[in-house]
Design a protein around this ligand. Structure first.
Ligand code: OGA
Ligand code: NI
Length: 341
């Protein structure tokens, strides 16, 4: 079991299979972190009753166009609930290893699993990350399979999953309005599956040699990320990696491959990665996915003769299979679904 970062590694040195290729290494991390002025969107007019939705929709589209992501304030999820969710997530990774091992599983499709890196078996290089991932919609269907420790885990994560799902569907509704789609376009199979991914990045003995996560776009529709108050998340903007300021109790939103495809690239997913640091970092990514057999394709409303479909129809299962085997290489994983001009 030496493959698990959290298990049996002497953290004073980095096993060779975790050392990132020189070209893909992060920039020198002894330089001070400079935060850009990145978009923050206030949802207060949109969560309880709709006041000025169109201004918010414009802000979302501008943020996606310029930066590929945005952070939220007044998004309807109570700060206390965010804090509790972060607390049980950190506690999960602070428990003795034996308490996590019973959930260890290598099958990426398993509904509840603890694992390491991305797809350990397919990778040449491994990433300095452990994860707990499980399905969480409908909550009642999966809750009994979730970790039973920490004792508050199920109760807190159930409440958090429901709240963040409502937020994600609200954002999708606003995005539909901006794209000219029916507001409920995503309400059925396209948002049927929801997973929570708790990422734990242990301190790295040398953060310039390891990466928490390599450059990727999320495979799903939309991701709502809670990154706590620790630094590590970067997005690729105009060919440069920019550091994103962690704002406490603030959700960060990135669009995934499916939204890019459904919008026929009117909206793009952003390439992002996680750099290692010398402190421990825990994040919670709530991801909305289509059901596995859902057929995904560019929406009829966004294509016409002048703007033909850039992707063929496929099932989400096909996409996930391709994504996992190409170890999240953005070009490789979308290629089988592209219609070449
Ligand atoms: C992810 C991801 C970012 C982070 O889980 O897909 O990009 O900061 N996480 O953990
Ligand atoms: Ni991601």
């Amino acid at each position: 079991m030496e493959k698990l970062v959290f298990y049996g590694f002497n953290h004073q040195h980095i096993p060779p299979s975790f050392i990132i290729h020189p070209e893909k290494r992060p920039r020198k991390l002894d330089l001070p972190v400079v935060y850009h002025n990145t978009p923050i969107i206030d949802l207060k007019d949109c969560v309880d009753g709709a006041l000025d939705r169109s201004a918010t929709i414009q802000q979302i589209f501008k943020a996606i166009e310029e930066f590929g992501f945005f952070q939220l304030v007044n998004d309807g999820v109570h700060e206390e609930l965010m804090e509790e969710a972060m607390e049980v997530s950190k506690e999960f990774f602070e428990m003795p290893v034996e308490d996590r091992l019973s959930l260890y599983c290598e099958d990426p499709m398993h509904p509840v699993r603890v694992s390491s890196s991305i797809v350990y078996e397919n990778e040449e290089v491994h990433y300095w990350r452990d994860k707990l991932r499980h399905l969480c919609h409908p909550v009642e269907e999966f809750k009994h399979l979730w970790p039973s420790k920490p004792t508050k885990y199920r109760e807190v994560i159930a409440a958090y999953s429901v709240k963040v799902r409502a937020l994600a569907l609200k954002l999708l509704e606003l995005i539909c309005e901006g794209l000219g789609l029916q507001p409920d376009y995503f309400n059925g199979e396209l948002s049927q599956m929801q997973s929570i991914l708790i990422n734990h990045y242990p301190p790295s003995p040398d953060p310039s040699l390891t990466l928490g996560l390599p450059k990727h776009i999320d495979p799903n529709v939309i991701t709502i990320l809670l990154q706590g108050d620790s630094y590590g998340f970067q997005v690729l903007k105009d060919g440069e990696w920019i550091d994103v300021k962690p704002l406490p109790n603030t959700h960060l939103v990135v669009l995934g491959h499916q939204l890019q495809i459904i919008s026929n690239e009117k909206l793009k997913g952003v390439e992002h990665r996680v750099v290692s640091t010398n402190v421990s970092r825990t994040t919670i990514a709530m991801q909305i996915h289509p059901s596995m057999d859902c057929v995904v394709e560019p929406a009829k409303e966004v294509i016409d003769e002048g703007n033909p479909a850039k992707y063929r129809s496929f099932t989400y299962q096909e996409f996930v299979d391709s994504y996992l085997t190409s170890v999240i290489d953005t070009q490789k994983s979308t290629k089988p679904f592209k219609i070449l001009a």
